[in-house]
Design a binder for this molecule. Structure first.
Ligand code: C5P
Length: 238
């Protein structure tokens, strides 16, 4: 059984590049994230092909935000494709509408709290309420979960705080911002290793460039999968 705790982010331009990466990674990787960057390159067709023909699990990272009726309609349309995870922004009306749209399907709705690329100055510029950013992330996570999200996206640092909330019992925490020891950080700032992220309460880690940018992506993925089997990758009390 492949370890589906590792989700590989396919931040690639099109279907051809995506299929090449999936072929290179083979059976060891069973879960892929497809995001907005591939929308115009056939992202949804690739999601369907990987799911239906290759039996992979799919995380569609669309970060939807709109009026409730539009979110509900968009999610209902996506839910027909039998994909596994879909992201929406964690605002209560968005999460509730997404829940409605996903009714009757097994697709999990994951809420984005505050994008990890934003700092307090960015929140001020967007008129977001005062307070420590980490506290706001925890508060927004709790609100999204209370409104029916199946889980949240969080940095590995935030994962432990969210796991401590009573609302997160039985819910998913999915963490990008993960780097194996020695890997290039790219533009990620607050990173942890895959094992640390799991130990902090994450159910899945999302890793992109440290796999797809490598000369040997399969060796990179296998090394992360080995790390996930180490005793350090065990969450206490779970
Ligand atoms: O290449 P890297 O491992 O940094 O890729 C991480 C993936 O997770 C990218 O697809 C990025 O867009 C996404 N992501 C993130 N931070 C968030 C939400 C999504 O890095 N807060």
């Amino acid at each position: 059984m492949p370890d589906d705790r590792l989700i590989v982010a396919m931040d690639l331009p099109n279907v051809v590049a995506g299929l090449e990466l999936a072929a290179a990674l083979g059976d060891s990787v069973s879960f892929y994230k497809i995001g907005l960057g591939m929308l115009t390159g056939g992202g949804l067709a690739l999601a369907n092909e990987l799911k239906q023909d290759q039996g992979k699990r799919i995380f569609l990272d669309m970060k939807l935000f709109d009026i409730g009726a539009t979110v509900e309609a968009a999610v209902r349309g996506i839910a027909q494709f039998d994909l596994d995870f879909l992201t929406v922004h964690g605002d209560p009306h968005v999460v509730r509408a997404a829940r409605e749209g996903a009714a009757g399907s097994d697709m999990k709705i994951l809420a984005v709290t505050i994008l990890t690329s934003l700092d307090r100055g960015d929140l001020d510029a967007s008129c977001m309420k005062a307070g420590d950013l980490t506290d706001l992330v925890q508060e927004r996570a709790g609100i999204a979960l209370m409104n029916g999200a199946d889980g949240v996206i969080a940095s590995p640092q935030e994962a432990a705080l969210i796991r401590a909330l009573p609302e997160s019992a039985g819910k998913l925490i999915v963490t990008p911002g993960v780097r194996p020891v020695g890997a290039d950080l790219g533009d990620q700032k607050r990173v942890m290793t895959p094992a640390q992220a799991i130990a902090n309460g994450a159910d899945h880690v999302v890793v992109g460039r440290p796999i797809w940018q490598m000369a040997d992506p399969k060796a990179a993925a296998d090394s992360i999968l080995r790390e996930l089997l180490s005793p350090q990758a065990t969450a206490p009390n779970r």
